[in-house]
Design a protein around this ligand. Structure first.
Ligand SMILES: Nc1ncnc2c1ncn2[C@@H]1O[C@H](COP(=O)(O)OP(=O)(O)OP(=O)(O)O)[C@@H](O)[C@H]1O
Ligand SMILES: [Mg+2]
Length: 251
């Protein structure tokens, strides 16, 4: 089953064409990685796919609904969430409070409308569950801004998970952290998505070891166009893609 489908997506910034007829699909159960050199259009693509940026032309459908320009709140209600390339945590909130914000926004206003103790407890329990899945339980009272970079990244991703989407889009979930932390983050992402019933992941990722190890499929972008859309094995064997997109010869 296809959860997300983009067809012929174009995005112009003035005269500059950031996306030039991009088509792709994400199936239920897949982990798809978008790769490509700096400026290839990866973040623009994620922004269009999550309804944050309206495409100049083309269509974006999530579970067969047009989601162009839909905005994050309605998107989360439909079952899609994202994290950002530059960490997007609430600096003055604690880890647990940040996750509670996400849980409340998912449950809707009803969760705290009457300030009920039972409602508060339910929110807290769900936030704690996510904190534990992401290994952040011991830091639950730390302020987000005081976390090391790897934990900030994890909290940003965990906040998207706390929305319990069916499809999650991650823009460079492991950027700016050490190689060891990258693998830890990916292991946590994969385990948490299984536990929480998140079926599909589309991520932008620069680290090719991570990309080849974790992806079911890879979409290679170059100058706003899809250069290749194939399994890791095929991408690795494709000399032209490896040279252009990865900056090294085929393995
Ligand atoms: N709001 C904007 N206005 C004008 N140009 C933009 C805007 N956003 C992106 N661009 C341009 O579109 C191109 C694609 O940018 P984008 O951020 O999507 O690339 P990227 O593949 O995510 O790169 P990186 O690997 O550096 O994150 C770049 O040339 C960028 O300068
Ligand atoms: Mg980017």
């Amino acid at each position: 089953m296809t959860v997300l489908r983009a067809e012929g997506v174009r995005k112009l910034y003035g005269d500059f064409c950031a996306l030039d007829g991009v088509s792709l699909a994400v199936e239920a159960g897949e982990l798809v990685s978008v790769i490509g050199p700096n400026g290839a259009g990866k973040t623009t693509l994620i922004n269009v796919l999550t309804g944050l940026v309206r495409p100049t032309a083309g269509s974006v459908r999530f579970k067969d609904r047009d989601i162009r320009g839909i905005g994050p709140v309605r998107l989360a209600k439909l079952g899609m969430a994202r994290s950002f390339q530059l960490v997007n945590v609430f600096p003055e909130l604690s880890v647990l409070e940040s996750l509670e914000v996400a849980v409340v926004s998912r449950l809707g206003r009803g969760a705290r409308l009457f300030g009920s103790l039972a409602g508060d407890r339910a929110v807290r329990e769900q936030a704690l569950e996510v904190a534990e899945l992401f290994g952040l339980q011991d830091k639950r009272d730390a302020l987000s801004r005081e976390l090391p970079q790897g934990d900030k990244k994890l909290l940003d991703v965990a906040s998207a998970f706390a929305l319990r989407p069916e499809l999650i889009l991650l823009d460079e979930p492991t950027s700016g952290v050490s190689t060891r932390d990258k693998t830890t983050i990916m292991e946590i992402v994969v385990a948490a998505s299984k536990r929480m019933g998140i079926t599909s992941i589309l991520q932008v990722e620069h680290d090719m070891d991570i990309v080849f190890a974790y992806s079911d499929r890879i979409v290679a972008l170059h100058q706003g166009r899809v250069l290749a859309d194939a399994t890791p094995d095929r991408i690795q064997a494709d000399e032209a893609v490896m040279r252009t997109v990865v900056g090294r010869g085929a393995a």
